[in-house]
Ligand binder design. Structure first.
Ligand code: SAM
Length: 262
């Protein structure tokens, strides 16, 4: 039987023979839902690229103890995508963060724009909550690598991104060029940055700055999507193209010769 994968707190895996404790609601889930008990085999991952085979040595609804055995491979299962959503209100931003992490976005860089409803004093505590949401999302989807959630930055500071980043702007004013076309034209192994606006959209000045900085405007279709819908729709398209590209030779036939998807 394939050992059950369990994501533990980042950085909590040490060396063979160590005991790792899972406590609280996660322990209850392991025992009540997954029926884990003493002797159950598992593969523990910490979201930072480390994984160990392990065995349950004691199990209760408040805590489950695992003994680590040998370390195993834990590849990077994130998408080559830096998602740069303008900060939006409360729960909608939490939802955007959670879904982007489930999809395996490599990094989320929240952006402060002219029309962002943001309070710099609160941004620090919001970033901490978003990082906790990322950890919980990784545990839920049993991913290998934790999505990095950066502290919010003003748009202007993001325009000259790391060199080599394919910069894409979700722009509802664009009519002739769609995101999926852009992705299929993107060379393989290229990291992508996708920026999206807040509830009130980018200001004309910001749109000009992004275009000037080399962001390519793309459409997600004729309908005006909510900010969080647009970001997740874009991340899902990157995930789909990336999955097909990673599924092995011969599948890229659906993409044109110029690119092989991110
Ligand atoms: N300008 C919009 C309006 O007229 O209501 C408000 C902005 S929209 C709610 C939030 C963001 O989602 C936009 O800034 C854009 O980045 C993205 N977006 C929404 N619909 C889109 C579409 N059809 N194509 C590309 N991007 C879109």
């Amino acid at each position: 039987m394939v050992p059950r994968e369990v994501v533990v707190e980042p950085g909590s895996l040490g060396k063979p023979g160590d005991v790792v404790i899972v406590a609280g609601p996660e322990a209850r889930h392991l025992v009540r839902v997954l029926r884990m008990g003493p002797g159950s085999r598992a593969r523990l991952k910490d979201g930072c690229g480390r994984a160990f085979s392990a065995t349950v040595i004691s199990a209760g609804v408040s805590e489950v103890r695992f003994e680590l055995h040998e370390e195993t491979e834990c590849g990077d299962d994130t998408l080559p995508l830096i998602l740069m959503p303008a900060i939006i209100k409360g729960k909608r931003m939490d939802w955007l963060i959670q879904k982007a992490c489930e999809l395996g976005v490599r990094c989320i860089q929240p952006v402060i724009t002219e029309r962002t409803v943001s309070n710099p004093a609160r941004d620090g505590s919001r970033a901490r909550r978003w990082r906790e949401i990322a950890v919980q999302a990784l545990k839920q989807c049993r991913g290998n690598i934790l999505t990095r959630v950066n502290a919010p930055m003003p748009l202007e500071t993001l325009l000259d991104n790391p060199p080599g980043l394919r910069k894409i702007m979700l722009f509802e004013g664009e009519e002739g060029h769609f995101l999926l076309e852009e992705l299929t034209e993107t060379g393989s192994g290229v990291e992508i940055g996708i920026i999206s606006g807040p509830e009130g959209g980018f200001s004309p000045g910001e749109t000009g700055m992004c275009l000037q900085a080399g962001f390519r405007p793309v459409s997600l279709g004729s309908r005006i999507l909510r900010a969080e819908t647009a970001s997740i729709c874009a991340a899902a398209q990157v995930a789909a193209v990336h999955a097909i590209h990673c599924s092995g030779p011969g599948r890229e036939g659906m993409f044109n010769d110029a690119g092989k998807g991110p």
